[in-house]
Structure formats: C-alpha cells, structure tokens
Design a protein around this ligand. Structure first.
Ligand SMILES: Nc1nc2c(c(=O)[nH]1)N[C@H]1C(S)=C(S)[C@@H](COP(=O)(O)OP(=O)(O)OC[C@H]3O[C@@H](n4cnc5c(=O)[nH]c(N)nc54)[C@H](O)[C@@H]3O)O[C@H]1N2
Ligand SMILES: Nc1nc2c(c(=O)[nH]1)N[C@H]1C(S)=C(S)[C@@H](COP(=O)(O)OP(=O)(O)OC[C@H]3O[C@@H](n4cnc5c(=O)[nH]c(N)nc54)[C@H](O)[C@@H]3O)O[C@H]1N2
Ligand code: SF4
Ligand SMILES: [Mo]
Length: 704
C-alpha cells in the first residue's frame, strides 16, 4: 500500500495505491488525507490504465521521414546536440498544462527557459493569464490571487467556472461537491452565473444565464448598486476607490441588464446579498478569463470582493500562505516589484510579452513568416498545442515547417507527430510530488509531499533529467548532468543565504528542500516527507502580500480603466460558441484510455431545443459549424442546459490526425474545436485568446 498525491488536476487528491511489484492492483482516495478526505474522481482512478497503456511511450523515438524508430537516450541526445544548438537564436519553447503538476516543470523547466531568447509560449495564454495580469496590477504579483475561503464562506458567487466537473481551478479544493454542500448546510448560498446550466449550477441555490462575454457589464452594475445603496466598505490599504465610484456612475443595473442578459432586479438583490453576507466571495474562472474582456472581468471581480469588504477576511477571498516557492512570502510590501510594462513584442504582430510569455496564438505566424528572427526550432514539453491553441490548421502548417522539433511527452499525438525526436518521461507515479503552484492557490494551508510509488527503472530518465539535459546541451555541453544539477542547487541556495544544501539529496527534492527552508514556515523536506503538515486555515495577510509600488491594493490601475473603453455593446451574432469540460476528460489527453472514453461521445455540439428545431436538427444529426477561420461537422446533442443562441463544443478532441499513435483515442476522435478559433482575437492586456464567445454559423448537413 503506497500513498501518492494525484498529479492530474488542481484538486491534488491524496491517493492510496495497492501494488504488487510494479503492477497497480487498485487506486482509492486516501481517507486519511486531511485535505481530500478520500475523494477521488474517474481520472484519478484511471492512473492505473495510464500506467498500463501500451501506447504510452517508454523509449525515445526518432523520426526518419515518416517512420519512427525507437532509439536509445544516447542516440536521441546525440541528434539533439547536433541539431538544436545551431537553431538557438530561432528556438521557441511551448509549455503545456501538466508542467504545473510536476516538480520538474516547476524547478527545471525555468533553467531550460533561461537558455532561450525570449521565445516562451505556454498554455497560460489559453487559460488564466487575464487573472494573473489583473492580480499583478492590483496586488503586485501574478501569483497573488485571492482564493474563496470555502471553509468559512457563507456566500459564493461563481462566474464562468464549473468546479463540480473541473474539480476546481485557481482554487485548490478537493471534493467541491461536498464543499458546496457544506456552505448550504451552514445556511449559506451558492449562486452560479453561466451561459450553460452546468452540474455546478444545478447544485447551486441559484443559476442565472449570462450572455457570453457579458460579465463585465454585470459586475459594473453590481458595483453601481453597492455605491448607490451605500454598501461600499472602505479600507486603508486600498487606493483608487474614488476612481471606481466615478467609473460606475452610469452602470445602473437597468443600463447593463440588456448587455449581460440578467434582470436588473436580480443584479440589485445579488449585490445586497454579497455586501451583507457574513463572509462572501466572488470567484471567476475559465469562462471569465478566456473571453473578449478577460482581464477587465478578472479585475472587476476582485474590485467587488474588495469593496464589499470581503477581500482578505475570513469567509471572503483570501491569500494562501504557501510553505515553498511563493513570491508573496519573500521580499517586502511596497518594494515596487509590481506589474511590469511589456518591453518585448512579437516580431510579426507586435503583441506584448506578458509575464515573460508571448501569446500562444502568435506561435504559428512566428514560425511561418520569413525574415530575421523567424522561429525555426521548437521544444514542446507536456503540451499539445495542435489541439489546444487557436487556428489549428495554421498551427499544423507551422509545426510541419520547422527545421527541428523536440517533444518531451508521453504520447505520439497530434503535436508530437511533427517532432524529430520525442523524449518520454517516466510514468506519473514514478516521481516525487509536491504542489508548488497549487499550495499557493489552496483553500487551506498545507505542505503535502508524496514519494514515487515506483522507482525509476534502468534505461529510464526522470523528467527533470531530460529537461536539464536539454538545458545543458544549449548552455554548458562541456559539463556533466550531475555538475549542472549541482550548479542549479548552488544558485538557488545563494539566492536564499539562510538555507543549507542537504548533501543526501539531489534533483528536485534537493531544490524543494531549499525552497521549504527559505519559506515562511522554515520547513525541511524530511519533515514534509514524513507527514502531511497542516498549516491552518487561511489567515488575513493583506499588507504583507502587497508588492505594488504604493504598497496598497490598486483598485483602479490605469491600464484597466483604459481598457474599459473597449466595452462597447455589439449586435448579437446568431450563434455564439462556448466550450465545456467533461468529468472523464483531461484537456486533450487521457483519451487513449478505454475506461474514460467509453460510452456516448463527449465531443458533441450542444444546442438549445428551440434553436435545434429552427434549424431542423435532431439529436445525433451532423451539423456544420462555421467560423471566420474554418468549418467542421459535428454530431448534435440537443440540450436545454444551453442558453438559447449559445452552443457548446468541448476542446481537446480531433484525434483523427494521420501519424499519431493513439488507437483508442482515434476511435473516439471527435472534432477539434480550436480549428474554429481565430488566433487574432485576443484579450489585449493578457494576450489570451477568446475561446468563449465566438460567432459561428450552423447548418444542418444534408444527409448523403
Ligand atoms: N477551445 C478551447 N481551447 C482550450 C481550452 C478551452 O477551454 N477551450 N482550454 C485551455 C486550457 S485551460 C489549457 S490548460 C490548455 C491545455 O493545453 P496543452 O497544455 O497544450 O494541452 P494538454 O491537453 O494539457 O496536453 C498535455 C500534453 O502533455 C502530455 N503529458 C501528460 N503528462 C505528462 C507529463 O507528466 N510529462 C510530459 N512531459 N508530458 C505529459 C500529454 O501527452 C499531452 O500531449 O488548453 C487550452 N485550450
Ligand atoms: N474533467 C476535467 N477537469 C479539468 C479539465 C478538463 O479538461 N477536464 N481541465 C483543467 C484545466 S486545464 C482547467 S484551466 C480547469 C478549468 O476549470 P473551470 O474554469 O471550472 O472550467 P470549465 O468547466 O471550462 O468552466 C468554464 C465555464 O464558463 C462558462 N462560460 C463560458 N463563457 C462564459 C462567459 O462569458 N461568462 C461566464 N460567466 N461563463 C462563461 C462555461 O459554460 C463553463 O461552464 O479545469 C481543469 N480540470
Ligand atoms: S479530482 Fe483531480 S486530483 Fe482528484 S483524483 Fe481527480 S484528477 Fe486527481
Ligand atoms: Mo487550463
């Protein structure tokens, strides 16, 4: 019987795994884990199938023309050493989502990233970057994100998130269903604002449809009501409150209601409820980020939290205090680190680099457009941009055009089929785990570590070794991997002079130990290794986290105030496309596991019954969905969960591409919705692509 922390999503559930030699017999939720208390979802259970999947790569592959050859690590790195360094100046890195669930991704990928000339792309600009930009501007750090204090809140207003299915994001809280129920059991209330009646909406006390992209109007109207009814709370740590008061003067619920689709009386009531609950939190996630007004909306959410007196109070939206690696536990308030104005811009479109990254939607054109600075090489780590980034047809052309591409990935899939070398990490249970990122976003402060369930076998390389090897090839080919690792540890130690290097540790565990020592609780790895350490409920810590130059919460950063000018009502298109997540799916992967993909297709066009009737569509019919960039045919699923005029297709499907090696996934291929997305439609401050709220046309396909 072994224990592990699930590395698949932000909930970070504790698992109990029974094994016999290197076989998994069973996986269960760990009842003794104080945080997840036995909770487990179908994906956590599917770790067994993932471990056993015969098509999961176990050895490096080298592509010769269209054929793949199994290679030794020496052969693979020899080829990389010959081909990659000459492309150094024209080399990009794409980092996918699983990097945030992996110590290698957090501790060694930055070492590799420093060897590149700025060309860093990641899934962040397909996801949470708007929230990070808003929090940077308001609180001074992209990771100072207020988290609903779920354990004590009595009022939770959820916008654009479906945590009962996604298991939560930028809010680490295993078993959301039980947590929402507990809010209700203590006479609290959960309200969901979403263009789709999701499972979370069903579990809530109230659900209101909102027009996709309409959240900023709704939030402005909430703020207007708070001001008009004298419900605004002041706080000596805030600046800019008068600017907000002036900005929302004309945003009455009556004025805003037609643009968001929520009744004025409902908006007024919700703002009173928020302001008078003993502790309330507004929480917005993917639907509020990956839309036309992502950064604006993320900002206004925190302004509502602040002006209702709920920012940094128990039961409100609070800042976790993580034990390792959190930037808001080092440095001083008012030290002026704050938000950095972009100084680098993409070559082709002049899009700003935000938070050290260029928008993922610029990657294709940077490869395809000739001229000085054209990208010719690419490393992808744990990412599948061919399915997850917009305008996939263009991105496929770009990937095919590269001179050299290396992928660190577990599968030969829609993206890695374009690589020249694929370097597979070991299994997900063959590594130590500690959630450096999610401890900064968790609803309770914990330090939780899990040791590898299975050891690394002879002939395997750990993922951190693969990544460090790539960094070594680009920076210091004359030294050994061990020497390179020592160098990384020494550099980290020197940044925190009070820490000591433990001579018994190496790799990520040595670095983690240094971060724990430097952290606010002065922990050491051996302590965290022996037990889960409960660091208590979230505590008020506002002045201490602020890193804005003024040392205050900036309620009205000029960049955001200016961006409000973009908020202009436009005519409604006939249909607006949004995404959705399904419990048995994980973005674009885990679709090769029969356990998860069996049953009816998860990749359908959901459409409201009245819309379907008007178009003459029946359940199971094929419909043609067209946008400005592409069109595709997809099976129809009639569902009154959708707001009329809104349709939904999930992302991460379209597994029918030639040359990928995922037999099960290709039988459940679905369509790639990102073919429909326009790579030029961005939220300008964050460089984040508009995935929700895309105008489309729909027609019934005439049967053959
Ligand atoms: N239309 C639309 N597009 C979206 C979204 C949407 O809602 N709608 N959501 C966006 C969001 S939020 C995200 S996060 C992105 C995700 O976008 P990506 O991160 O690009 O894609 P993933 O599907 O997460 O792909 C993960 C890849 O990592 C590999 N992998 C899994 N585990 C490991 C590991 O431990 N090590 C390594 N090296 N590889 C591993 C898998 O085989 C897979 O190839 O998609 C975005 N795209
Ligand atoms: N099972 C499963 N879990 C996952 C993932 C997965 O693929 N499958 N992916 C993981 C990842 S990478 C992430 S980032 C998280 C995301 O976690 P969540 O943010 O909870 O993700 P979604 O389920 O996409 O929820 C977004 C919601 O926004 C709604 N929405 C769309 N447009 C708008 C709008 O304009 N306004 C409002 N108010 N709502 C809107 C959608 O209808 C949807 O219900 O989930 C993670 N967990
Ligand atoms: S909810 Fe997330 S962390 Fe928990 S078992 Fe499922 S995939 Fe793993
Ligand atoms: Mo994500």
């Amino acid at each position: 019987m072994k224990k592990a922390i699930c590395p698949l999503c932000e909930a970070t559930c504790g698992l109990v795994i029974s094994t016999r030699e290197d076989e998994i017999l069973d996986i269960r939720g760990d009842q003794e884990d104080p945080f997840s208390q036995g909770y487990l979802c179908p994906k956590g259970y599917a770790l067994k199938a993932l471990e056993e999947d015969p098509e999961r790569l176990r050895q490096p592959l080298i592509r010769r023309g269209q054929a793949w050859e199994q290679a030794s690590w020496e052969e693979a790195f020899e080829l990389i050493e010959a081909r990659l360094p000459p492309l150094r100046e024209q080399l990009a890195l794409y980092l996918g989502n699983p990097n945030v669930h992996n110590l290698s991704g957090q501790l060694y990928v930055p070492v590799l990233a420093r060897q590149l000339k700025n060309h860093i792309y990641s899934a962040s600009t397909l996801d949470q970057m708007p929230k990070q930009v808003a929090c940077s501007l308001m609180f001074g750090d992209p990771m100072s994100i207020p988290i609903p204090d779920l354990e004590r809140t009595s009022y939770l207003l959820i916008l654009g998130a479906n945590p009962l299915v996604s298991n939560g994001s930028l809010m680490t809280a295993p078993n959301m269903k039980a947590r929402l129920k507990r809010i209700q059991q203590r006479q609290g209330k959960v309200v969901v604002i979403d263009p789709r009646r999701t499972l979370t909406a069903e579990a809530a006390d109230e659900h209101h449809f909102i027009r996709p992209g309409g959240d900023a109007y709704f939030l402005l109207a909430l703020l207007h009501t708070l001001h008009q009814e004298g419900l605004v709370r002041s706080n000596p740590h805030f600046q800019g409150a008068e600017t907000i008061a002036a900005l929302v003067q004309d945003s009455s619920p009556e004025n805003m209601s037609p643009h968001c689709g929520i009744a004025a009386s409902t908006i007024r009531r919700l703002s009173r409820e928020l302001a008078t609950a003993p502790g309330a939190a507004v929480y917005g996630r993917l639907g509020t980020c990956t839309q036309e007004f992502g950064t604006l909306t993320s900002w206004l959410i925190e302004v509502v939290n602040a002006l209702t007196g709920n920012l940094d109070r128990p039961g409100g939206a609070m800042f976790p205090k993580a034990a390792a690696g959190a930037r808001n536990t080092s440095g001083q308030p008012g030290s002026g680190r704050g938000y950095r104005e972009p100084v680098q811009f993409t070559r082709v479109r002049g899009l700003p680099q935000v938070n050290g990254e260029f928008p993922a939607s610029a990657l294709a054109e940077e490869i395809l457009t000739s001229g000085e600075g054209q990208l010719r090489g690419l490393i992808t780590i744990a990412g599948n941009p061919a399915l997850s980034a917009p305008d996939s047809d263009q991105l496929e052309r770009a990937l095919a055009d590269l001179e050299f591409m290396v992928s660190v990935d577990s599968y030969l899939n829609e993206t890695t089929r374009f690589a020249h070398v694929i370097l597979p990490p070991p299994g997900h249970l063959q590594r130590a785990h500690y959630d450096l990122v999610f401890a900064q976003l968790a609803v309770h402060n914990f330090a939780r570590f899990s040791a590898p369930v299975f050891p690394i076998k002879p002939g395997q390389l750990d993922e951190w070794q693969i990544v460090l090897q790539l960094a070594r090839i680009l920076s210091a080919p004359q030294i050994s991997l061990e020497q390179m690792d020592d160098l990384v540890a020494h550099q980290l130690q020197q940044r925190n002079p009070s820490t000591r290097i433990d001579p018994n540790l190496r790799g990520p565990e040595r670095l983690l130990d240094l971060l724990l020592q430097a952290g606010p609780y002065r922990l050491k790895l051996p302590q965290v290794r022996s037990e889960n350490i409960d660091l208590g409920p979230l505590q008020p810590r506002l002045p201490e986290v602020l890193r804005t130059p003024s040392g205050k919460v900036d309620l009205a950063p000029p960049q955001l105030v200016q961006d409000l000018q973009r908020l202009q009502p436009k005519p409604n298109p006939e249909f607006v496309l949004i995404g959705r997540r399904e419990l048995r799916s994980n973005n674009s992967w885990m679709h090769n596991l029969p356990l998860l993909v069996k049953g009816p297709s998860l990749c359908t066009l959901q459409i409201h019954p009245e819309d379907a009737q008007r178009l003459g569509l029946q359940n199971g019919d094929q419909a043609r969905v067209s946008s400005q960039t592409a069109s595709l045919e997809v099976a129809v699923e009639i569902s009154d969960r959708l707001m009329p005029g809104v349709v939904s297709i999930p992302h991460g499907w379209g597994h029918s591409r030639p040359g990928s090696r995922q037999t099960v996934a290709s039988r459940h291929a679905g369509v790639n919705v990102n073919r429909l997305l326009d790579s030029t439609r961005l939220d300008p401050l964050s460089g984040t692509i508009v995935q929700n709220g895309v105008a489309v046309k729909i027609q019934a396909c005439t049967s053959a």
